[in-house]
Design a protein around this ligand. Structure first.
Ligand code: FAD
Length: 283
């Protein structure tokens, strides 16, 4: 849609351009900004002009995802990881599954950015799910305060709310190398076949046996549970019984989400257990 109140969109190309003027906001892909009226905004600052590489791997294997990396660019990059290191196949598949979890056409996939998804902070933000499961750390920056690092799981504080100050921009997300060689399983539930996620559960098994469960969409903010080893379903159900942040919206009532999440978590654990025992047999 046309944003009638806008008087200008400027393209940021250098750090000097990254100072917001009154009434301005950062522009990622614009898939949300241009989908709904923004009466409080008079200008946008397009971050794609900064020319950040969508993704980059350092010598230790850690991954940097630029705030301006589109969902399509991330999917394309992840598809190449297993060729260089077969141990990344599970993480690469998780990237694809999280991208598929979006209620989006391929047209939106090609413009929507990881930074825009994280900064919007919607419970069904599948890039939030992904980067939280990968132990991603958001690199935030503002001209006054400089840089600060916030784990993605702490960045989103509620539906559409984040720990980001208005003038801060998300430059990128840093993912540790170990997260890329862990094994993953996930389950998603939506009320309709192509509907917005009502619950998305990702399980992760690290090389040392530690297990992490990340729940999004079902809760108002990302929920992360850590276990020293693969837990039983009953242990996870007990842990989830204490959760008070179940989300209530047209995509599902809170009590239903509280009920289905342990079921999805049990399926995730069962899948991780099967892949673990088949690897033991093969060894
Ligand atoms: C058809 C359709 C389906 C959608 N489905 C989903 C869905 O299933 N789940 C979901 O979560 N969302 C969904 N969305 C909402 C939105 O499109 C996505 O969240 C998308 O990832 C936002 O990315 P963007 O780059 O387009 O953000 P933009 O629209 O450019 O920006 C979104 C917000 O983030 C801020 N922002 C953008 N980039 C940065 C940055 N680097 N640093 C700081 N602030 C920044 C902007 O100022 C704005 O407030 C959908 C949208 C459409 C149109």
């Amino acid at each position: 849609m046309d944003l009638a109140e806008l008087t200008g969109v400027r393209v940021a190309r250098t750090t000097d351009d990254l100072v917001l003027r009154p009434g301005e906001a950062w522009l990622g892909g614009g898939s949300w900004l241009y989908s709904t009226p923004q009466p409080h905004l008079t200008g946008l600052v397009d971050l794609t002009g900064m020319g950040w590489a969508p993704t980059a791997r350092d010598d230790d294997g850690a991954l940097r995802i630029a705030g301006t990396c589109t969902v399509a660019e991330l999917v394309a990059a992840a598809a190449t990881w297993p060729a260089a290191d077969p141990a990344t196949a599970s993480a690469a598949a998780l990237v694809r599954r999280c991208a598929d979890a979006f209620l989006m056409s391929s047209k939106v996939w090609s413009v929507a950015t990881v930074g825009g998804n994280l900064c919007l902070g919607l419970p069904a933000g599948a890039m939030i799910t992904l980067t939280a499961a990968l132990d991603g750390v958001a690199d935030l920056w503002s001209p006054d305060r400089g840089a600060r690092a916030v784990p993605v799981v702490d960045l989103v504080t509620g539906p559409g709310r984040t720990d980001r100050a208005g003038d801060e921009l998300l430059r990128g997300v840093d993912v540790p190398a170990a997260a890329l060689t862990a094994r993953y399983a996930s389950r998603q539930l939506a009320l309709t076949p192509v509907g917005r996620s009502s619950a998305l559960v990702v399980g992760r098994l690290d090389a040392d046996g530690a297990c992490t469960l990340v729940v999004t969409a079902a809760t108002t903010r990302p929920l992360r549970l850590r276990f020293p080893a693969l837990p039983g379903a009953a242990e996870v159900t007990d842990a989830l019984a204490g959760v008070t942040t179940w989300y209530d919206d047209p995509h599902g009532p809170a009590d239903w989400r509280a009920g289905i999440t342990p079921v999805l978590a049990a399926e995730v654990l069962a899948e991780l257990a099967v892949t673990t025992s088949s690897e033991e047999v093969a060894a």
